[in-house]
Each structure stands twice: as structure tokens, then as C-alpha cells.
Design a protein around this ligand. Sequence first.
Ligand code: SF4
Length: 282
Amino acid sequence: MKKEIFLCAINNILSGTCLEDCKFCTQSVRYHADIERYNYKSIETIVDEAKRAKSHGALGYCLVTAGKGLDDKKVDFVARAAQAIKDEVENLNLIACNGTASVEQLRYLKAHGIDSYNHNLETSENYYKTICTTHSWSERYETCQNVKEVGLQLCSGGIFGMGESYEDRASLLASIASLNPESTPLNFYHPNAALPIKSRNISRDEALEIVRKARSLLGEDRLLMVAGGRELLFDGCENLMFEAGANSMVIGNYLTTVGDDPEKDKNMLEKLGYGVATTCHE
Ligand code: SF4
């Protein structure tokens, strides 16, 4: 049987207005990165974009908002967007990615159609204070635990190549595994001249080693996604990341960087002999 790849699309529904100081993030207002910044998209636009993602084969659809975490306005908006998508698009796993979240906020999202919550640990507990001083790693871990507590699927991963050591990478993977997430995105840092982290300290071979290690720690039944940075490290040799254990990838654009054309990705998967998954359940 063909190996099936799970496709996930991201929609940045509120962009570029965050006061936090994460040194890898163009959406922090502190670094003045040249990105598109906007307030909430209209729900109609979000639903249309969900339909388009679905037509390109996406099974997961992630509603992302910039900012440290959920507040009343944000939770209400994401819930309304989720409900509107569920009303019009079938068989789309809805993921919310809105930062720090309490048990009550997550329950509310779940009740309005969100299936999964994405909150990445980003890097090791030890290295985190080097890349962010405005909130703590433990706060991130706690939100992931809240996700588990309310019975949403947890999507949690991190970013590699931000100047961390091999020990930090191992520690991050162990921390992710300790949460037993249903899905794990592995991002590889995309340098931007405006950001304090200027370059990426990771090679393709190191990235493949991370994919292999993550697969062995997380188990065969979990989704392991190569997300941001795929085009920089694996363009033209995507087979390597799938052979190393990845079974999921992001299609279309990322939060603030442009991804490959979904048609190009579809052709790539066909050429490699992979199928596109049509259901999240075996
Ligand atoms: S909290 Fe999120 S949106 Fe804000 S700077 Fe950090 S990563 Fe970016």
C-alpha cells in the first residue's frame, strides 16, 4: 500500500501585531520585519480559504493568530470562524493556534468545532530564555497540558536551527514526547535580516537525524510533519524526509513566508509514489 501523506494548511487570520520578543518571529512588532500586518480577516474570507485548502488536499486547517495568547475577543472570533468552516466544509480537521490558553478557553473552542490545538514548545527549556524573555517555557508546557486535559488533540513541536546545541535539540524532542502529542510539526529556522537570530545552524543531514529521532520517540502512529523551512532544506529531495519518518507536511504559505505552490507539491508526491491522506483515522 502507498504511504499516505497528511497535508495541512495554515491561515494567519490575525497577523504581525505581537508585543512579545521571540527572537525568531517576524510577527513581533519589536523587530520591524517587513511582513504584512493586519487585523482579523473576515469570516467569509477564512471560510473561502478553507474551501481552497480543502480542494488542494488539506486534511488539517490551522487558524493562527499573532500574540501571546487568547483573550475573550480572540477566543470568540476563533470559535465563530471554526463554526462557520464546520458548517460549510466537510472532513477538515480544525486546528487552533492562538498561544497561551486556559482550560476554559480550550473547552470553549472545542465546543465550537476546534479538533486540535497547536502550541509548540519551540526549543529546549534551557535555551528558551535565550530566544524569549517575555514569557516562559513552562507557560508553554502548561498550555500543552491544558490541551490534553480538555481532550483536544495536541499538536506540539518546535523550531530547529536557532543557535541551539545538540543537547538542546535532544531535550526539546524528549519534552515534546513527554506530552504524547497526536501531531508534531518540525520547523527549521528561516532566517530574516530583521530578526536577532541572523542565521540557521542546521544542515540537511542534521534535520534528517531530527526527523528520525522524533519518529522513534513519538511512535509510528503519530503525525510527524515537516513544516516551516522545508523548501530551504528539502527542495527536490523531499523523499529523504519521508524516508526518515515524516508523514505530514504543510502546503501553501506559512505564517509570513511564501511556501511552494500546492500543485507543485501534489506533483512531487505523485512522482515519489505517495498518496494524499483523506482521513485522519485509520
Ligand atoms: S508570542 Fe507568538 S506571535 Fe508573539 S512574538 Fe512570540 S512566536 Fe511570535
